[in-house]
Each structure stands twice: as C-alpha cells, then as structure tokens.
Design a protein around this ligand. Structure first.
Ligand SMILES: *Cc1c(COP(=O)(O)O)cnc(C)c1O
Length: 458
C-alpha cells in the first residue's frame, strides 16, 4: 500500500519556533505620538514576556516544556497525501496537506492560544480578554485558558453570536464567558450602541472592546490576547511548517508550491515561514497566500500604516489594509473578513517573496465539496479558499506536464460551519467582489497616516 499519512512521534515534535524577524527587515509599529512604539507602551495590553517575543530577532526561540505538554494532546499533526483528489483532477502533481483540524477546537488557532495562555500565567496574569468573529479564536482561547486555569472573557461579534450557537457552546464547555459585541460593558461598545442600537457588530469593534476591558481592569491582572496578525502569533504557528518539513524529509520530498488561506495571516505563516527561510537562502518555491475576492487585502489594498481595530486603540501597523472601518460583505469564511494583514506577511508581499491570490466564494465551496467527496474531510469555509488555489495549481501542473509537489495547510474542519454548505448545495450562495468605488471609499482613511518605507531585506 502507498503511504497515505506521514506521522511524527511526540519525541520528534519541534522544540523551537522559527522567527522570521531574523531574516527580514520591517517598518516599526507607530504609537500615538508618531514614534515607534516602546515595550512600555504595550505593557498594559500584553505581558512583558510576550512583548519581548514580539520584538525579538533571535532566529530560534525555545518552546517551553509546559506548552509542548498541552500541544501534545493533538500534535504532531498528520501530513496527508491527497491521492483521491489528485486522481479526480488527473494531475501529475503530488498534493500533500498538513491537517490542523485534529486540535480540540478544530483549527490551527490553539497553536498560539496555548503559548499565549502559558506566558500570561507565567507573568502572574489571571484573566484574558479577546474578540471573536465566527468563534474559532474564542473557542481556541477558552480551551487554552482552561488548560492553565485562567479566566477568559470573549467579545463575540453580535451577528455571529445570534447566528452561530455551537461555538458559543464550546466556549461555555471550556469555562469561557462569551458576550455579544458591541456590549454595554465598555465605552467603545456604548458609543456604538448609542448611535446604532441594532448594529450587527464587527471584528474591529470587538477588538476595541476587548482591549479596553483589559487595560481598564484596575486589578492589573488582566491582559488582552490576539489570535492572528502579530509577530508572536506568526512565530507560534511555525510549528506547523517545521513539522511538515520533517515529515516531507522522511519521504524524500520538498515542496515546489506552498499554499495557505490568509485572514490575518497566521496559518499561512505557520506552514510557509520555515520555507520562506529556505527561499531567502536560494530555494525556488512558489509561496501563495489566498484570500476571498470580497476582502482583497493582499491582492488589491495598499501597503500602508493603519490601526488594527475600529476605535483606533492599537498602534499603527505597516500592513496591507482596506482601512480600519472597512466592513466586508457577509461571506461565510468569518476568519477571512479582517481589514488588515500581518505586517510580516505584508512585508514579504512588498518584496515579491510570496505571491497572493484571491478566489471567489463559489470557487471556494466548489473546491470544498470536491475535497469532501474525494479526501472525505469537510473543510472549514476559510480552508476552502486554499483548496480552490490548490486545484488551480494542480491543473496548471497538468497543463505544463510537471510532477510538482504541492504542500498546503488544511487549517480546520467545517463541522461547526455547515450552514454555508447547505446554502451552496441549494444554489443559494453568491459571489462578492469588492468594487473600485467601495475600495476607494474605505481606504481614504489611510491618507491620515504616514506612509511606510519600501525596505528591502534581501
Ligand atoms: C481563523 C481561521 C483562519 C484565518 O486566520 P489566519 O490568522 O489567517 O490563519 C483560517 N482558517 C481557519 C479554520 C480559521 O479558524
């Protein structure tokens, strides 16, 4: 029998994360005074041990033993060869995926939730606040907090709170306290409710509420946690790509193409950054982050300084951004509806080291259904965007008659996100493409901020 899965033992789990800041140059985040943010300015928001990680340029950072212990509940995750999909596409390409749906919450997100909870606990913090859209991140952080005995408070975008009961149930099962955002508990929330009592809410508003709730807690024992975008989040996710590299080595393979969907950029960074390191050192690899056409941050938005949240509480980050008040069309991939993109991923785009792609919602679900019927796994709506790009690349390999090795990240399963599959199968799902006018309107706000420099790393 041909090998379907490549597995690692727990002893083979990577003991260090890869930090891409050792290999690229970046514009600094800017504080309210227009100067680079200092660690002290971030101290009310994050614990100092995570702030140190955020700014570290050490190439390798040790993974604490207690973190490895919790990760070992589901890690190392399997590397799986998609034989049935290859056959259905009649492609000479070999397609491998790293399957992150095996974690307790069902996605890659606990890879960073666990170390974030650990470092906060180490620093003496007792409670974490965060935001969540569809609930993937909120459930991952609730899980991680339960492992380390921390309280967890989650501000969930109101429309999802009302429409998606099951992730709320997961958060409750892990002891998290989830409330709809905007809420009456913060000034940011009250201001918005006063203007628009029936607002559906947004991720940007929920971030503002969670940050405010953390910094205004007088006990000093509460901090905020973010599930994507920041450097330390990308760092924690590199365990995915480091494992994949070992797994491919075992079968004497090396990827020609690497693909991941990108909302804030973390699961893509997780699989891709260890190989970006190789590319910077001369390897020839196509590295493709994929986004929805409804929220075309990487393929169309400018590289600019912008806030990470709607109220403008966060520092200005150098990133591809559609503007921090942008509200994307209601596509079902909740995790891909963020206005910005990780500064590290954005920097690699500006340098041409990685090449972003955009796919439509219908192409994504078409790919998801084909993969469900061949590989058998029902993917998360976000993952479907990566699948559509994988199929494009496999078809290209067929046209060129090349036996390419494609590696992609299967970021999560879709078992708590089935409504959209029902709609797709009933022919009720539609495509959204952001219009030029809407984009011009939403990016106008960026004119208020300084422009990042075009720095070159290589
Ligand atoms: C949150 C999420 C994403 C998008 O977030 P990134 O930070 O870009 O990885 C992708 N897939 C799944 C399953 C998610 O839950």
């Amino acid at each position: 029998m041909e090998t379907k899965k490549v597995l690692l033992t727990e002893d083979e789990m990577p003991r260090q994360w890869y930090n891409i800041l050792a290999d690229i140059k970046m514009n600094p985040p800017l504080g309210p005074d227009g100067n680079p943010v200092t660690p002290d300015q971030l101290a009310p928001v994050f614990p100092m041990n995570l702030i140190e990680q955020e700014v570290s340029s050490d190439r390798w950072i040790d993974i604490p033993e207690e973190v490895l212990k919790v990760l070992s509940i589901w890690r190392p995750s399997p590397l799986i060869r998609a034989y049935s999909l290859e056959k259905a596409l009649d492609t000479p390409a070999k397609i491998y995926y790293k399957y992150e749906g095996v974690s307790p919450p069902g996605s890659h997100k606990p890879n960073t939730a666990v170390p974030q909870a650990y470092y906060n606990k180490e620093f003496g913090i007792e409670k974490l606040t965060t935001e969540t859209g569809a609930g993937q991140w909120g459930s991952a952080l609730a899980f991680a907090c339960s492992q380390f005995g921390l309280e967890c408070k989650i501000f969930m975008v109101r429309i999802s709170f009302d429409q998606k009961p099951y992730r709320k149930s997961l958060m409750a099962a892990w002891g998290g306290n989830c409330i709809p955002s905007p809420s009456n508990e913060t000034k940011a929330g009250r201001d918005i409710l006063e203007k628009d009592p029936d607002t559906p809410g947004s991720l940007g508003i929920a971030i503002s509420e969670a940050v405010e709730a953390a910094v205004s807690d007088e006990s000093g024992k509460t901090r905020y946690s973010l599930g994507s975008v920041l450097n330390h989040v990308m760092l924690h996710q590199t365990i995915i790509g480091l494992e994949a590299k070992k797994q491919l080595e075992k079968i004497n393979e090396y990827p020609d193409v690497i693909i991941g969907c990108a909302g804030g950029g973390s699961n893509f960074a997780g699989i891709a950054f260890p190989f970006v390191h190789d590319k910077i050192n001369g390897k020839d690899i196509d590295i493709l982050p994929v986004e929805p056409t409804a929220c075309p941050t990487m393929t169309r938005a400018p590289f600019a300084y912008d806030h990470g949240d709607t109220a403008g509480y966060t520092p200005l980050l150098p990133m591809h951004s559609l503007g921090h008040t942008f509200v994307p069309a209601p596509i079902h991939a909740g995790g891909l509806r963020y206005h910005g993109m990780a500064p590290t991923v954005s920097q690699l785009i500006t340098e041409g080291i990685i090449e972003p792609k955009a796919v439509t919602q219908l192409a994504a679900y078409k790919a998801g259904v084909l993969c469900a019927r061949t590989e058998g796994v029902v993917a998360a709506p976000e993952t479907n965007h990566a699948l559509a790009c994988v199929i494009d690349e496999a078809n290209k390999a067929k046209e060129e008659g090349k036996e390419k090795v494609i590696l992609f990240n299967w970021s999560g399963h879709g078992l708590i996100d089935l409504t959209a599959y029902d709609k797709y199968l009933a022919g009720e799902l539609t495509d959204f493409v952001l219009s030029e006018e809407e984009q011009a309107e939403s990016t106008k706000i960026l004119e208020n901020y300084p422009k990042p420099e075009m720095v070159k790393s290589t």
